[in-house]
Design a protein around this ligand. Structure first.
Ligand code: DOR
Length: 443
């Protein structure tokens, strides 16, 4: 099947131009092909922008074990709607993905259920080192240095040293210092005020754990990606670019802060917690100056009923994959950043960080994971329109300008102006860790 996307404004790796893109099978076959080319389908796209599909390297899709919140079918539909064509999923499903066998069970589930491309991290525990050393078909190792949802935690220095010393896969971590969080929790015991979540999981908790993880990564010269940076202070740790360390922020840490608890309550309770308005500003600066390279969602749905429980019974996490691209396109509309920067943060950079083969760029020979976006379209986020199983969004009622209108996964249209085509599943993402990661590619 050959498809010609005609005359969109296309974000290519080094320029943005109005041109045509030819898809042949699952690949991008040509850019600006000869006009007489014969194709099966032509899509006229003047006035629209064509970008690479978003690679979201931090999601919790809850299958197996927690499918009352989400599952791979509902989550991947949300991805298709949101312009996310590849997701990398975290190991805190039930049972935890901490062995090769469990990784492969997840891959087998996704092969029939996921509408978009997929990959799954292997989770670290204090005693699964052999599994971590031999793991394959995975982007890398996830460590919870600080507990979050579930009970995956590696806090002992000796266990952390061994993981950084003896494994070869890239490592990524949730960084919140367990001792600091516990001490704050005791101090604020009995509170039902969700605003105290940010005092329990405070600035220090994030800063101490991120500093500790960077120290490990530096001493062992181990490739390391810091997940969901939430404080301005942490970004200073990335000021000396080290060619094996990268970092990311999430939309909620860019757009929400403690002032929003009054309006949104436990819906915006997440780990790491929200910080202050000044942190929002520094996180933006860090993205713009390159200290932070990636935007990912940490999509972590819980049901509405679960979220309505009083703090601290209310679980941490919120859904975001179907709105993350629109949230950033809205910032393009507002003039805070360019479309090319959004493509870098959400598509190209995460593909480089995780050595994804054929992803993140519009280039000949790359996979035809593509999104047509309408930068002029204004639409309101509504709970009742969410396709995530949990059925709510913390951005309910927010009007955004700039939306994905059509999404291709491996050359196949999965979402087109409100309609899904679920006839063809996505593919297992391929990782080639000899590519050397983000900085190897920037050199
Ligand atoms: O808020 C969060 N929720 N942060 C995490 O790290 C985990 C996630 C979840 O799985 O619910």
């Amino acid at each position: 099947m050959k498809t010609l996307i005609r005359q969109a404004t296309v974000v290519l790796p080094h320029e943005t131009v109005q041109t045509s893109v030819l898809i042949d099978g699952h690949q991008i076959a040509d850019i600006d092909p000869a006009p007489q080319i014969s194709v099966d389908e032509t899509i006229d796209a003047p006035g629209l922008h064509l970008i690479p599909g978003v690679v979201d390297d931090q999601v919790h899709f809850r299958e197996p074990g927690l499918t009352q919140k989400e599952d791979l079918a509902s989550a991947s539909r949300a991805c298709a709607k949101g312009g996310v064509t590849t997701f990398l999923e975290m190991p805190n499903t039930i049972p935890h993905a901490i062995t090769q066998e469990r990784l492969e069970a997840k891959l087998a589930l996704a092969a029939t259920k996921s509408l978009v491309n997929y990959g799954f991290y292997i989770g670290a525990t204090p005693n699964n080192l052999d599994e971590l050393k031999s793991a394959h078909r995975t982007p890398g190792i996830k460590i919870f240095i600080g507990s979050s949802t579930g009970d995956l935690l590696v806090d002992e220095q000796e266990a952390l040293e061994r993981i950084f010393a003896e494994t070869t896969l890239p490592i990524t971590a949730h960084c919140e210092d367990e001792a600091t969080v516990q001490a704050n929790r005791e101090r604020l015991a009995g509170t039902h005020d969700v605003a105290n979540h940010s005092k329990i999981r405070d600035h220090q908790a994030a800063l101490i754990a991120t500093r500790r993880a960077i120290d490990l990564a530096c001493r062992h010269q181990h490739r390391f990606h810091v997940l969901h940076v939430s404080t301005g202070a942490e970004t200073e740790l990335f000021a000396d670019a080290r060619p094996w360390i990268t970092a990311e922020v999430c939309p909620h840490h860019l757009f929400f802060n403690v002032d929003d608890y009054q309006r949104l309550g436990t819906l915006i309770q997440m780990n790491p917690s929200l910080k202050h308005r000044e942190d929002n500003a520094v996180l933006w600066e860090a993205l713009l100056d390159g200290r932070v390279q990636v935007i990912a969602t940490d999509h972590a749905p819980h049901t509405w009923e679960e979220k309505q429980q009083p703090y601290p019974q209310s679980p941490s996490g919120l859904p975001a994959v179907e709105n993350s691209l629109a949230l950033l396109l809205n910032e393009v509309h507002r003039g805070r950043c360019t479309l090319e920067q959004v493509v870098h943060w959400m598509c190209d950079a995460p593909a480089r960080v995780w050595d994804l083969v054929g992803k993140g760029r519009i280039a000949v020979g790359y996979d035809a994971d593509l999104v047509l976006v309408d930068l002029e379209r204004t639409q309101e986020v509504r709970n009742e329109r969410q396709v995530t199983k949990c059925g709510w969004s913390p951005w309910h009622g927010v009007r955004l300008t700039g939306w994905p209108v059509r999404t291709w996964v491996m050359g196949h249209t999965v979402f087109n102006d409100g309609r899904f085509d679920t006839s063809q599943p996505g593919s297992e993402a391929q990782f080639d860790h000899s590519l050397g990661g983000y900085w190897a590619d920037q050199a």
